[in-house]
Design a protein around this ligand. Sequence first.
Ligand SMILES: Nc1ncnc2c1ncn2[C@@H]1O[C@H](COP(=O)(O)OP(=O)(O)OP(=O)(O)O)[C@@H](O)[C@H]1O
Length: 192
Amino acid sequence: MAAPGKCFLVTGPPGVGKSTLIMRVFESLKSSNPSFKIQGFYTREIRQGGERVGFEVVTLDGRRAPLASTTISSSESSRWPTVGKYKVDIASFESLALPELEVKEDTDLLIIDEVGKMELYSSSFFPAVLKVLESNIPVLASIPIPKFGRDIPAVARLRNHPDASLFTLNPSNRDAMKEQIYSQLVDILRKH
Ligand SMILES: Nc1ncnc2c1ncn2[C@@H]1O[C@H](COP(=O)(O)OP(=O)(O)OP(=O)(O)O)[C@@H](O)[C@H]1O
């Protein structure tokens, strides 16, 4: 079992700065010690002509794969689940994200941005996240806030996990939260 508090969960409304915080913490950790072995992925928008047409998943070392799109309409994609106007390409997500969640002997930190509705359409994703939590590896992840009062069961489970510390962002506290998370993580990683 991971030591208490080794799972740092960042949450808050859409656009509040969860991904920005996670990437800033990642960059600060890497510049404090380039030999820290940090792996994981983040999700970013795909824009065309100023319009959001989908999302892609990007590993911390820069490999990319489509996650969801408004523009794909093949016979295959007609069976894909939808989130709003986006069709979720589960196979593409899994091909990149699942190997990234495999903890290696020298892994210091796992970054997962985010554990959200699209990602959770993969039935293998949440078990892989729980497996990371069961290892002794610190985790920095983002989770959505409940929408219209409805919580995603896997997200609720993560939030209530005994190893989880929750950081709820707003525009006034996000820079201070970044410093707080960074200083706690750098301490843990130095001892790891
Ligand atoms: N600390 C900050 N200072 C200034 N601008 C910020 C900060 N954090 C985020 N932003 C800006 O706010 C916008 C949204 O940030 P970001 O994508 O990190 O939010 P998010 O919470 O991850 O969004 P989503 O829920 O849609 O994934 C970006 O344009 C980003 O540059």
